[in-house]
Design a binder for this molecule. Structure first.
Ligand SMILES: [Zn+2]
Length: 151
């Protein structure tokens, strides 16, 4: 096995998260709460990718993410592909679906919004998925998904 193959070596069962833009790899970890898992997690970053420039790959053994968990990634990296691995084989590839609603994932950029002044979860609805336009449930302020801050 050469050095590159070893870095991306297969796992027996679990999820390989691929095509993460390199600068988003750590945000993906946070959104999936990988720090709190007890299973082996391998992170590789700055691999060359035709799709996204430099990319990150995260391999998580013995873990399969729910659609709700996967949809959180739409805020940072909608092009991500999750390879579901069973017995060292890719049995399914999942892409990120943009959800209708985001709860507790992004901050409202309106400083007067109640969510910035009370300890509560933010709620956003997509008003335009194509263009990544979100609207705050509480103050109606619209925001561009490319400019939002994560909670
Ligand atoms: Zn708001």
């Amino acid at each position: 096995m050469n050095k590159k193959e070893r870095l991306v070596a297969a796992i027996e069962n679990g999820t390989v998260i691929d095509h993460i833009p390199a600068d988003k790899t750590y945000q993906v970890m946070n959104l999936l709460e990988l720090q709190s898992l007890n299973t082996p997690v391998t992170i590789g970053n700055n691999f060359v990718s035709k799709k996204v420039g430099k990319k990150g790959i995260i391999k998580v053994s013995n873990k399969f993410f729910s659609d709700e968990e996967i949809s959180r990634l739409s805020v940072v990296a909608p092009k991500i592909v999750l390879n579901i691995i069973k017995d060292y084989e890719v049995v399914e590839k999942k892409t990120v679906e943009t959800p209708d609603e985001l709860r507790g994932i992004v901050k409202c950029n309106n400083p007067k919004c109640i969510t910035n002044n009370e300890p509560m979860e933010t709620v956003f609805h997509f008003v335009d998925k194509e263009n990544g336009l979100l609207k705050c449930h509480y103050c109606d302020k619209e925001q561009d998904i490319n400019k939002v801050e994560l909670c």
